[in-house]
Every structure is written in structure tokens, then in C-alpha cells.
Design a protein around this ligand. Structure first.
Ligand SMILES: NC(=O)c1ccc[n+]([C@@H]2O[C@H](COP(=O)([O-])OP(=O)(O)OC[C@H]3O[C@@H](n4cnc5c(N)ncnc54)[C@H](OP(=O)(O)O)[C@@H]3O)[C@@H](O)[C@H]2O)c1
Length: 232
């Protein structure tokens, strides 16, 4: 069975990706907690905060890695004059540097595999300007640049790198934005497809990108956003 490492699989989109891949892939997971839902999937789990660096236990990963999915994210929405340097640095650490460190660590294993896939997450707010998103949009735009650059650098090694850019999706990360029926309805109305995202909407795209059905897809940023980034 092929091996896939998911960073951030205890809940939200990462958990749904793990659920979609379980049974077809040998799963290794990292997050700061292990939820009951994740435990039920019988993944090989490592409990760690990725902003503290790659946990030493990941040395025990198999020699070949077919997929790497990086899911941690942040939602720190404030007017720009209230965003501190630490806010920007924290968003950059979680979204960009965490991914960079894991990719660097996994590179020998990804290279050893004949065709492997890296998936990272941006946000619709990196493409469509949204008030109060300055810090998260800046770090997610960096994720998009990172993804395209690595896709070019790693294509000769048959490593594919793609980014998924969701709009508002019903996960623990977004719970404060979707905590009343009125908020859910108002958010749905902003989307051409008239609803907010569900974890499955986003996870399905990531599962496709990991799979052998996507072996000619690299260097892309996929908006999975109910049409918000491109339609009027
Ligand atoms: N939900 C949205 O509306 C939305 C919109 C646009 C983009 N996105 C992006 O989509 C991705 C997935 O988001 P989500 O909504 O599924 O988020 P989520 O509900 O917060 O889940 C994030 C996952 O990452 C883990 N995690 C967070 N920080 C970590 C850290 N420092 N070290 C290790 N694990 C960590 C969390 O587990 P623990 O807490 O157990 O560590 C959890 O399993 C993120 O990159 C997010 O920015 C989401």
C-alpha cells in the first residue's frame, strides 16, 4: 500500500482527507491532539506542534512516501492597524515555515518514490481581496508562491506540488464565523453556489491530487470556493 503523511489530521479538512484515504493508503498523521475520529482510522499518529519543528519520531516513516498533505491553518482577522508583527510572524510560521520544514524533511522519501504528490492549502482571500485578511492572505499568498516554485524545482524528480484554495468551510477553524444560522446564511449568500463549503468539498480535491488520477497535474492552485474567487 502507498504511504501518505497528513500534517493536521485530527479535525476539519485534514480529518476528512484521512477518512477519504483510509483503507486505500497507509496513513501517517501529525497534529497537536489525536481526536477520537482520527483514532478510529488506525493511522500511525505522532502528537506534535509542527511550529516547534519536525518531530523526531518522523524518522520512523517508511523509506518511500507517496503523498504529503499539509493542513494546519490560521484565522486571525483584524483591521491592519491592530495586527502586530507577531500576528504576521505566527501566520507565516504555521502556514509557510511549517510546510517548508516538513517538505525538506520528507524530500528524500518523496524522491525515492516513483511519482509522489505534495498538497498544501491557501485561501480564497489570497486571490480575492477581503477586508481584515491582511495577515492570513499574506502568508497564504506565500504558500501559493512556494507551491509553484517547488513544483518547478521538483518536477524532474517526478514530485508533483499543488495548492488548494478553499473559501469559507464549516470546520473548527471557521466556527466563530459560522456560529449562528444568520451568519451561515449571510456567508452562503456571498457565494455564487449559495452555500459555504463542507470539509468533504475540499478534501475530495486533495484526495484527487494525491491519487494516481492526478499524475499529470502539478504547479496549480485550485480554488474550491463555490465560485467566489472568479464569478460575479
Ligand atoms: N475552514 C475554512 O474556512 C478555510 C478557508 C480557507 C482556507 N482554509 C485552510 O484549509 C486548511 C485546513 O483548514 P481547517 O479548516 O480544516 O482547519 P482546522 O479545523 O483548524 O484543522 C486544522 C488541523 O491542523 C492541526 N494543526 C493546527 N495547528 C497545528 C500545529 N501547529 N501543529 C500540528 N497540527 C496543527 C489541527 O489539529 P490540532 O489542533 O490537534 O493540532 C487540525 O487537525 C488550513 O490550511 C486553512 O488555512 C480553511
Amino acid at each position: 500500500m502507498k504511504n501518505v503523511l497528513i500534517i493536521g489530521a485530527s479535525k476539519g479538512i485534514g480529518l476528512r482527507i484521512a477518512e477519504l484515504l483510509a483503507g486505500s493508503y497507509n496513513l501517517f498523521t501529525v497534529s497537536r491532539t489525536e481526536s477520537p475520529e482520527l483514532s478510529r482510522l488506525n493511522t500511525t499518529h505522532f502528537t506534535a506542534d509542527i511550529t516547534n519543528g519536525v518531530p523526531a519520531e518522523l524518522q520512523n516513516l517508511p523509506d518511500e512516501l507517496h503523498g504529503l498533505v499539509y493542513c494546519p491553518g490560521t484565522i486571525n482577522l483584524k483591521p491592519v492597524n491592530r495586527l502586530t508583527e507577531d500576528d504576521f510572524l505566527n501566520d507565516y510560521k504555521v502556514n509557510v515555515l511549517g510546510a517548508v520544514k516538513v517538505i525538506q524533511f520528507c524530500l528524500p522519501r518523496l524522491k525515492k518514490t516513483n511519482g509522489s504528490s505534495v498538497v498544501m492549502f491557501s485561501t480564497v482571500a489570497a486571490k480575492a481581496g477581503m477586508a481584515f485578511h491582511a495577515s492570513v492572505a499574506a502568508s497564504k499568498a506565500a504558500v501559493e508562491g512556494l507551491g509553484r516554485s517547488l513544483a518547478a524545482e521538483l518536477a524532474p524528480a517526478q514530485i508533483r506540488v499543488n495548492v488548494v484554495a478553499p473559501s469559507l468551510t464549516d470546520t473548527p477553524l471557521a466556527k466563530n464565523l459560522l456560529n449562528t444560522p444568520e451568519r451561515v446564511e449571510a456567508s452562503a449568500k456571498r457565494h455564487p453556489l449559495n452555500r459555504v463549503g463542507q470539509a468533504d468539498d475540499i478534501a475530495s480535491m486533495a484526495a484527487f491530487l494525491v491519487s494516481d488520477k492526478a499524475t499529470w497535474v502539478t504547479g496549480q492552485v485550485f480554488g474550491v470556493d463555490g465560485g467566489l474567487s472568479t464569478l460575479r
